[in-house]
Design a protein around this ligand. Structure first.
Ligand code: ZN
Length: 549
């Protein structure tokens, strides 16, 4: 025996003993080796070196390469197009020129200039580098046109060439998820455009304040807006007719209603009392102006496929989605920590998706195929997922269901899960069974007023008629002292850490609970992939009827 091979043997023995020690340590860690893997993904993706994973930055590209590398290590097939895991998404990035955003009101020779951020807010324009408009005003209630719910704020009033003024949100009488659809920015803009309006002012009401705090707007000043570019090089869904839009705080908006049939305070009272809002022309005019700079960039979605084994069902595809991007670095100077690491939002969702993929590769191949999709620019308005939904790398008619992961609260030993969208399709039953198998309950949406169903990536697939759910941890903890302890922890996270630099890997993540969340998530996809019947919308369901007629 040569010296070299002797040394190799000793080395091998040493390595084996190190490996044994290492796996013992991992086994003792909360959640075992699986928990350690989740932790490793989160610590890598939410590290300061990735600088908050803003699309178009090196930090985001490193994150995308990391996910692609994980996919290859798991033996999954590239599904980004060609032989790549990456699907390049063409984006327009728009930056508002500081100081250029203006909103004013004119009536009978008097002018009122509103103060940017303090009283009104408007983001960068993706459609125009220089936009502005001055036109008469019309109050249009909520600005919603929803024939399916027997509601049309535009029936019987002419807004052609005018700027519409509407309350944020939706009538209290609307079912929450349908209402969420109609009160989304896209739907309201479409309604205003179809009616011939040239601008839109949304009033931030006390009811809107329950959904988001005005003082959070300050943190988005200077952040870029993004949209994806179609084959003609135009930003998808952007209107050329609407030349100005703004959110106006109700405390500054009285002046718009002077001399109107109802004062603003009376309208707010109707909104609070769940009474219908009237529509009427207003006396003055509003004027918008702002300038933006545009740059066209690309940022990748990352996609991988586990081919299905069934000769008949194998072409059909179950999709897992999770957004890989976050909001980058805080604009401005003087921050103690400026990096929004996005540990829970959404390094955690990516980590859960990667470990779910691993479980699939450890079992027999499922009957249907499974696509794992990490998307870009979710934080800019579900942009990367919308691009994929419009430009899928597998035939769209083969997509049978979407399970989305966004900001799972892995901070407590959850007793239940919530699946937004569960009440609309046969997927609700699947979640219930998969959760029960892990001794976990399914709780109905506890925050209907937050419109969460339309606020994450699965919604871009709902718009293509595909039944979808969005899975998060629930309202109760196991063995918790109080009912709703999980909800309190989630609310506290929203207040203290959501979209802030403190959403970091140092948060007290419960890796044992995280592994159970992975098992439930895997159990859902496994059942969808192996059940002969394809998931269906419930008979007469609003989303099924609207998008999958
Ligand atoms: Zn976010």
């Amino acid at each position: 025996m040569s010296l070299a091979s002797r040394a190799a043997l000793v080395g091998a023995a040493l390595l084996a003993s190190i490996a044994a020690v290492a796996s013992e340590a991992a086994a003792e860690a909360p959640g075992g080796l699986s928990g350690e893997r989740i932790r490793a993904h989160i610590e890598f993706l939410a590290d300061d070196t990735l600088a908050g994973r803003q699309p178009g930055t090196p930090g985001y590209d490193i994150a995308a390469n990391y996910v692609a590398s994980q996919f290859r290590q798991l033996g999954l097939a590239p599904a980004g197009g060609g032989d790549s895991y990456l699907q390049a998404v063409p984006l327009r990035e728009a930056f508002q020129i500081p100081g250029s955003a203006r909103l004013s009101h004119h009536r009978e020779g008097a002018t009122r200039e509103f103060v940017f951020v303090e009283e009104f807010f408007t983001g960068a324009s993706r459609a125009f580098e220089d936009s502005g408009v001055r036109a008469p005003l019309v109050f249009v209630g909520y600005g919603i046109s929803a024939p399916a719910l027997d509601h049309d704020d535009y029936a019987g009033i002419d807004v052609e060439g005018r700027i519409v003024v509407a309350f944020a949100g939706q009538p209290a009488s609307f079912p929450s998820e349908e209402g969420a659809h109609f009160s989304s920015r896209t739907q309201k803009q479409r309604a205003a455009e179809a009616a011939g309006a040239v601008g839109a002012i949304q009033i931030y009401t006390p009811r809107a304040a329950q959904r988001f705090a005005w003082d959070r707007l300050e943190s988005v000043v200077g952040a870029p807006a993004m949209g994806w570019l179609d084959a003609q090089g135009e930003v998808h869904g952007e209107s050329e007719q609407i030349r100005g839009g703004a959110l106006l705080h109700h405390e500054a908006a009285d002046v718009l209603f002077e001399g109107a049939p109802l004062a603003l305070a009376e309208l707010i009272a109707l909104d609070e009392a769940a009474e219908p809002l009237p529509v009427f022309a207003l006396a003055g005019e509003a004027e918008f102006a702002q300038r933006s700079t545009h740059e066209n960039i690309t940022s990748p979605n990352v996609a991988a496929l586990l081919p299905g084994a069934d000769p008949l069902l194998g072409d059909e595809v179950v999709v897992y989605t999770a957004h890989l991007d976050h909001i980058g670095v805080l604009p401005g100077e003087g921050h103690e920590d400026a990096i929004n690491n996005g540990a829970l939002d959404n390094a955690a969702g990516i980590a859960v998706m990667l470990e779910t993929a691993r479980r699939f590769t450890e079992d027999e191949p499922p009957r249907r195929s499974v696509l794992f999709l990490a998307v870009t620019a979710e934080e800019k308005g579900l942009v990367g997922s919308e691009y994929f939904a419009h430009n899928p790398t597998v035939p769209r008619e083969d997509l049978v269901a979407v399970v989305n992961l966004d900001m799972p609260m892995l901070l407590y030993d959850f007793a239940d899960v919530i699946a937004f969208g569960a009440s609309h399709s046969s997927l609700g039953e699947v979640v219930e069974v998969a959760a029960a198998a892990e001794d976990t309950a399914l709780t109905p949406d506890p925050w209907p007023e937050q419109n969460i169903f339309v606020r994450s990536d699965h919604y871009r697939f709902v718009e293509q008629g595909i039944p979808s759910i969005f899975l998060v941890t629930g309202v109760n903890t196991r063995g918790g002292e109080t009912v709703g302890e999980g909800m309190s922890i989630a609310m506290k996270f929203r207040e203290d850490h959501y979209h802030r630099p403190s959403d970091e890997p140092t948060l007290p993540i419960d890796y044992a609970a995280a592994t159970r969340f992975v098992r439930i998530n895997h159990g859902i996809g496994e059942r969808i992939a192996n059940t002969a019947a394809r998931p269906t919308w419930h008979e007469g369901d609003f989303f099924g009827e609207t998008f999958s007629p």
